[in-house]
Design a protein around this ligand. Structure first.
Ligand code: GLN
Length: 481
């Protein structure tokens, strides 16, 4: 399975055309997606047409480095004229009338959309079992979850149904599935990538990013995806560097922080061993390792499960059966229309969160819950700023365990929520984070998490690329695909 960087060279040297490449991936989707259930929509005709256009551009030497590269988009990004469901029955009939900025940017750069990937409904979940379209299977073990909510994108890239895909990360949804599927995931700083046209879950936490086979690929794609967007009021107007430029810089002297809270009893012993070996590798590369503390880590899940549901209860009010999406049959009156459209259109987890959020925001409870949670969020941010006075990058496991069995945690939402114990604080603080493959525990991939200070994507990518130059975990492929 080739990386985007390799494919880009093959396209440039005319070793392969975009039409050939696109057909190759469409064939693989046809062959393997019955097993994996990673796609909700495959845009075959459109993909072949766009691949043809990309080849014409190349013939006229009017191509950019990524012109003609196939890409899968998480089905949370609105795509003009294409079904955009967000994994929900309530949007099962929704054809988007516009492109998300991210989609637009990749189209403008000549990438070829292969289709839309499966995901937990409205990105709420850590296992992809909350999708209206059924669970996604982990290509490393078909009885196991790929992680969530960007599980469709993770399985797609791991099984080679696309060379790269987009994801979104509100509490870990890029990094955790990347870890569980043995690929590279990058969640940029909040505000680095536009949220326009990315269906909102929790607006102060949501961030789009990338799921790729290598850090180099993430850098190539971030060059396209990052940047200010006047259509997103939280997007940050800061110049976008060429993220590939410093990839090969040495990391000698890089100060790595290991938070003691990430290596406690909740961490699977086999995962811990693999992560420790990765830390040794970093030391060999010349980095220094320091113990640090993020004392409020344990409060991140409770704070998140007030803030995220509060924001989602407000964001999801727009799905009311009136303007777009699912509408119940034969409503008796307006209230019946709202009630039944929403009751029939949303799944159980989404309803649970809307109820928690509505409760937390209601008069009399706001101060006790939402305000408190925002204060905790401030403390978590401070933990990180203190840590970054002493270290450049924070390192640890992405997930406390490897991929768990389908059905294993569905009856126990709290244990499901704990899958994100190492990722959620990063979103609360708005920081960039990555997950890179660093080995296997009982034949299942383990992810190493790298957390950087605000807008330090370049440094994170350099740290990840240096590791990938001396290890081959990111090149491993699941058998049978
Ligand atoms: N698993 C977390 C949740 O269920 C995070 C999801 C996400 O990052 N979109 O909310």
């Amino acid at each position: 399975m080739k990386t985007v960087a390799e494919l880009s060279r093959d396209l440039a040297s005319k070793k392969i055309s975009s039409v050939e490449l696109t057909k190759h991936y469409l064939d693989r989707i046809k062959k393997f997606d019955k097993t994996l259930n990673a796609f909700i929509t495959v845009t075959e005709d459109q993909a072949l047409e766009n691949a043809k256009k990309a080849d014409e551009k190349r013939a006229k030497s009017a191509a950019g480095p990524l012109t003609g590269i196939p890409l899968a988009q998480k089905d949370i990004f609105c795509t003009l004229g294409v079904k955009t469901t967000c994994g929900s029955k309530i949007l099962d009939n929704f054809i988007s009338p516009y492109d998300a900025t991210t989609v637009q940017k990749f189209n403008d750069a000549g990438l070829v959309l292969l289709g839309k990937t499966n995901m937990d409904e409205f990105a709420m979940g850590s296992s992809n079992e909350n999708s209206f379209y059924g669970p996604v299977k982990n290509p490393w073990d078909l009885e196991r979850v790929p992680g969530g909510s960007s599980g469709g994108s993770a399985a797609t890239v791991a099984a080679g149904l696309a060379p790269a895909a987009t994801g979104t990360d509100t509490g870990g949804s890029i990094r955790q599935p990347a870890a569980l599927c043995g690929i590279t995931g990058l969640k940029p700083t909040y505000g680095r990538v536009s949220r326009y046209g990315m269906i909102a879950f929790a607006s102060s936490l949501d961030q789009g990013g990338l799921m790729t086979r290598s850090a180099e690929d993430a850098a190539l794609l971030l060059n396209v995806m990052a940047g200010f967007d006047e259509k997103d009021s939280t997007s940050v107007d800061k110049p976008v560097p060429d993220y590939t430029k410093k990839l090969n810089n040495s990391i000698k002297g890089l100060r790595i922080g290991l938070p003691s809270e990430f290596f406690n009893q909740g961490l699977d012993a086999d995962v811990a061993k693999v992560v420790q070996a990765a830390i040794k590798e970093y030391e060999k590369l010349g980095a220094s390792v320091h113990e640090i503390h993020l004392p409020n880590t344990k409060l991140s899940i409770p704070a998140y499960y007030v803030i995220a549901p509060a924001e989602c209860s407000s964001n999801l009010a727009r799905f009311d059966g009136v303007r777009y999406g699912y509408r119940c049959k034969n409503p008796q009156d307006l209230e019946d229309l709202y009630k039944r459209s929403r009751s029939e259109g949303f799944g159980a987890e989404v309803k649970r969160r809307i109820m928690i959020g509505t409760y937390a925001l209601s008069a009399g409870y706001y101060d006790a819950y939402y305000l408190q949670a925002q204060k905790v969020r401030g403390l978590i941010r401070q933990d990180f700023s203190k840590a970054f006075e002493k270290v450049d990058v924070i390192l640890g496991p992405t997930s406390p365990t490897t991929a768990f069995k389908i059905g294993e945690k569905t009856a126990d939402p709290i244990s499901m929520y704990l899958s994100d114990i190492y990722t959620i604080a990063v979103n609360l603080a708005g920081l960039p984070g990555m997950s890179i493959p660093c080995g296997f525990a009982k034949n299942l991939p383990v992810g190493l998490q790298l957390i950087g200070n605000l807008f330090s994507e370049e440094q994170l990518l350099t740290a990840a690329h240096n590791y990938q130059k001396v290890t081959d975990w990111h090149t491993k492929q699941p058998e049978g695909f």
